[in-house]
Design a protein around this ligand. Structure first.
Ligand SMILES: *[C@@H]1O[C@H](CO)[C@@H](O)[C@H](O)[C@H]1NC(C)=O
Ligand SMILES: *[C@@H]1O[C@H](CO)[C@@H](O)[C@H](O)[C@H]1NC(C)=O
Length: 386
C-alpha cells in the first residue's frame, strides 16, 4: 500500500486539482501532447480530456497507485460521466443527440425566419394556426437572459450538474428514494407531483415544474383527492411551459406580466393562483417548438403519428422533462418513469389503491419505456428500477 508520503502528496494534489485543471495538464502532460496541457476543457468535453490525461499518466510511468489516487480524485472533482462527453464517444445511439438545438425559446429567437419556419408545423412543434400577435407578444416578454437557459452554469465551475427527474409512476410508492432525489443539484417534477406525505419516497425539493396549461389544470382536478391542491411554489422554483396550444402562450405572457389572462380558453384566470405572486420573467421558461419537434423525430417517433389520432400525439409531459434534463444537465437520474414491470405498480405513487396505468392515444408509453431502458443501458442516464 502507499507510503504516507504518497498519501500526503495525493491530498495536496487534490487541493490543487480542485482549483485548476490547467495546473494538472501542465504538470503531467508530455510535451508531445500540447492539446491537453494548453486548453481548459469546456463543459461536456471533460470525459474526453480525462481519457487523454490518463493516457499521458501511463506514458509517464506513474505507479499505478499514484495514478489511480490522482485520477480517482480528478474524476470526482470534475464530471467523469458527463452526458455530452459520453454521447461524443458513443457511435450509434449517441448520434441521436444534438446539443446545438436550443432547448428554450426566448425573445431573441423570434425572427421573421423562425416565424416562417415554425408556422408550418402544428403545436407543440410549431405555430401553425396560432396568431402572430400572441406569439410575438409572448416572446417579447421573455427578454431576460434567464429565459434563455434553465440555470446558470457559473455556479458550477467544475461543471458537473446532477439532475433528478421525478415522474409520478407508482414504482415510487415505498421506494425510499426521497433523500437521494433531493441530493441532486436540480429536481424536475411534472403535473400532479404531490410531495406532502410522500417525502420519504419522492423527496421535497422542486427546482423545475413542467407542464402544459391543460395538464396542469387537469392535475389540479384529478389529483386533488390525493393532496395535489396547488402547483408547487417556492422562491427558487422555476416553471417550464410546454407550448402545446395557444393557451400556453397566452397564460405564460399573463404570468410574466402579472395580469389576468386576457383572452381565450383561460380568460379571466389569475396566473398568481398557480405560480405565486412573485412574477419575474426569469422564473418562466418556454420549451422551443423546434426542440419539441426534434424530440419527437429523434427520440419518440411513434407509430401513433400515422393513426387517426396522429395529430394529437406528443411525448408525455414526463418524457419531455426527462429529455429536457438530458439536454441540459451533466448527469441525469430518472425516478418514477415507466419500466418493464410497470404492471406490478399503480399508475401513480400517490394513489390509495392500485390502479392500472391507462394508455391514451396521444402518448406512446411503450415507446417511452423502450427509450428509457435503452438510455439506461447506454449509460446516458440512471433509471430507477425495482
Ligand atoms: C424586457 O421588456 C420589458 C417590457 O417590454 C422591459 O420593461 C424590460 O426592461 C426588458 N428587459 C430587458 C432585460 O431587456
Ligand atoms: C403502496 O405500497 C404499499 C406498501 O407496499 C401497499 O400496501 C399499497 O397498496 C401501495 N399502494 C398502491 C396504490 O399501490
Amino acid at each position: 500500500m502507499g507510503s504516507p508520503r504518497w498519501k500526503r502528496l495525493c491530498l495536496l494534489f487534490l487541493a490543487g486539482l480542485a482549483a485548476s485543471l490547467v495546473f494538472y495538464g501542465r504538470h503531467y502532460a508530455s510535451p508531445g501532447s500540447p492539446s491537453t496541457a494548453s486548453r481548459m476543457p469546456q463543459q461536456g468535453e471533460v470525459g474526453l480530456v480525462q481519457a487523454e490525461i490518463s493516457q499521458d499518466a501511463r506514458g509517464h510511468h506513474l505507479t499505478g497507485e499514484r495514478a489511480s489516487c490522482e485520477l480517482d480524485k480528478l474524476l470526482l472533482s470534475l464530471c467523469p460521466w458527463s452526458l455530452k462527453s459520453k454521447v461524443k464517444i458513443e457511435p450509434t445511439f449517441g448520434q441521436q443527440f444534438n446539443f446545438d438545438i436550443p432547448v428554450l425559446i426566448w425573445e431573441r429567437h423570434f425572427t421573421p425566419d423562425s416565424w416562417d419556419r415554425l408556422k408550418q408545423r402544428n403545436a407543440p412543434n410549431g405555430w401553425h394556426g396560432l396568431p402572430y400577435s400572441v406569439i410575438s407578444s409572448t416572446l417579447k416578454v421573455l427578454n431576460d437572459s434567464a429565459n434563455s437557459r434553465l440555470f446558470s452554469t457559473a455556479s458550477f465551475p467544475n461543471g458537473c450538474i446532477r439532475c433528478a427527474v421525478v415522474g409520478n409512476g407508482g414504482i415510487l410508492n415505498g421506494s425510499r428514494q426521497g433523500k437521494e432525489i433531493d441530493a441532486h443539484d436540480f429536481v424536475f417534477r411534472v403535473n400532479g407531483a404531490v410531495t406532502k406525505g410522500f417525502e420519504k419516497d419522492v423527496g421535497t425539493k422542486t427546482s423545475f415544474f413542467g407542464f402544459t396549461v391543460n395538464t396542469m389544470k387537469n392535475s389540479l382536478i384529478a389529483y386533488a383527492e390525493y393532496g395535489f391542491t396547488q402547483i408547487p411554489q417556492a422562491k427558487d422554483l422555476q416553471y417550464i411551459f410546454i407550448p402545446s396550444h395557444v393557451r400556453d402562450y397566452i397564460m405564460l405572457r399573463a404570468a410574466v406580466l402579472g395580469i389576468a389572462v386576457p383572452e381565450g380558453y383561460d380568460e379571466g384566470d389569475e396566473p398568481q393562483k398557480y405560480f405565486g405572486s412573485e412574477a419575474s420573467a426569469g422564473k418562466f421558461k418556454l420549451l422551443h417548438p423546434e426542440f419539441m419537434y426534434y424530440l419527437r423525430e429523434r427520440f419518440l417517433r411513434s407509430e401513433n403519428i400515422k393513426s387517426q389520432f396522429g395529430h394529437l400525439y406528443m411525448p408525455s409531459t414526463g418524457a419531455i422533462m426527462l429529455l429536457t434534463a438530458l439536454h441540459t444537465c451533466d448527469q441525469v437520474s430518472a425516478y418514477g418513469f415507466i419500466t418493464e414491470n410497470y404492471k406490478k405498480f399503480s399508475a401513480h405513487y400517490y394513489e390509495h389503491e392500485k390502479k392500472p396505468l391507462v394508455f391514451y392515444a396521444n402518448h406512446d408509453m411503450l415507446l417511452e419505456l423502450e427509450l428509457w431502458k435503452n438510455l439506461h443501458q447506454a449509460g446516458f442516464m440512471k433509471l430507477y428500477q425495482r
